[in-house]
Design a protein around this ligand. Structure first.
Ligand code: SF4
Length: 302
């Protein structure tokens, strides 16, 4: 076995640590990860773990969420550069301006947002539970941030709820264009096209299935189809190829890669654990308020 993998496993045991890894991570991380999944699953695992140290192989807001759910534990992010471009599109000042334009309307924030932004939102959601969360508010109008496309997709699925969206977006998913879907349809007429709701509405409208990373993986597993076009981050297509070698998975185009998700290497994970470095700290007032927003989501998602 690769020696660094052995060393990481040894350190995990010694330090009573767990490694949570997002599905978009490089394949090598799977060898040391205790839990691999999407944002909702990882938040649930972060809430349940009794480990003393959590190493988060994902982006900054995910490690912040783990810290908010585990204020007494040490949460480490192996590479501090791994931010989320979408989460960085809204700060507290911008959130306040957005809310001020629409007073008394509940605000839902995508989990891809900073802890500060979560403090002034009513509830948060992931792409797995966004429909359920917005529905749970029983409100005719809802503010949704930062992802305008996920918000508009939710609106298209919920009859009669107006979803007013903040103009944030994921630059990785917006690289997928409607013509990519049309070309894939022409070149692979038998294939099912599976897209993430962070894609542009013109793209999701043309897909056979739209859902979260977990939703896409479940669809691919359960479908009788043999060929799939994957319209989301490359890590999902790579994972599906590994998990279901009997089926054919084609990434919609080559450059659908989130560079920030790919920072972490096994070396970084080793260093994070050995030196207990890049600890996430959030002031307790912010953490407590953001926790309310996350806890409401976890309650509705049970
Ligand atoms: S894929 Fe997009 S939304 Fe996800 S972490 Fe990367 S920039 Fe953020």
């Amino acid at each position: 076995m690769n020696s660094i993998v052995t060393e990481i496993r040894k350190l995990k045991k010694e330090k009573h640590a767990v490694i949570l890894a997002h599905c978009y991570q490089n394949e090598e991380i799977d060898e040391v990860a205790d839990y691999v999944g999407d944002s909702l699953y990882l938040s649930q695992m972060a809430a349940k773990t009794d480990a003393e140290i959590i190493v988060f192989a994902g982006v900054y807001f995910m490690a912040q969420t783990a810290k908010i759910l585990n204020p007494k534990k040490k949460v480490l992010l192996p590479r501090l550069e791994s931010g989320c471009l979408m989460a960085d599109m809204i700060n507290l000042k911008q959130l306040r301006e957005f809310k001020a334009k629409y007073p008394s309307i509940p605000a839902v924030c995508y989990i891809n947002s900073t802890a500060e932004v979560k403090t002034e939102c009513d509830i948060c959601c992931t792409s797995s539970n966004a429909l359920k969360i917005v529905e749970s508010l029983n409100a005719p109008k809802v503010l949704f941030l930062p992802d305008t496309y996920l918000g508009k997709w939710v609106e298209s699925k919920l009859n009669g709820v107006e979803v007013i969206t903040y103009p944030g977006y994921c630059p990785t998913h917006l690289r997928i264009k409607p013509e990519d879907i049309l070309n894939a349809r022409k070149n692979y007429p038998e294939a099912k096209i599976l897209a993430h709701p962070e894609c542009h509405m013109e793209v999701t409208r043309l897909a056979d299935y739209v859902g979260s990373t977990t939703g896409i993986m479940k669809y691919a597993k359960e479908s009788n189809a043999k060929q799939f076009i994957i319209a989301t981050e490359k890590g999902v297509a790579d994972r599906l190829k590994r998990d279901y070698p009997e089926k054919d998975f084609i990434l919609i185009k080559d450059n659908i890669i989130c560079p920030n998700m790919k920072w972490h290497t096994l070396n970084d994970i080793y260093n994070a654990l050995a030196k207990e470095q890049h600890e996430i700290n959030i002031d307790s007032n912010t953490a407590q308020k953001a926790l309310l927003c996350i806890d409401r989501m976890l309650e509705v998602s049970k």
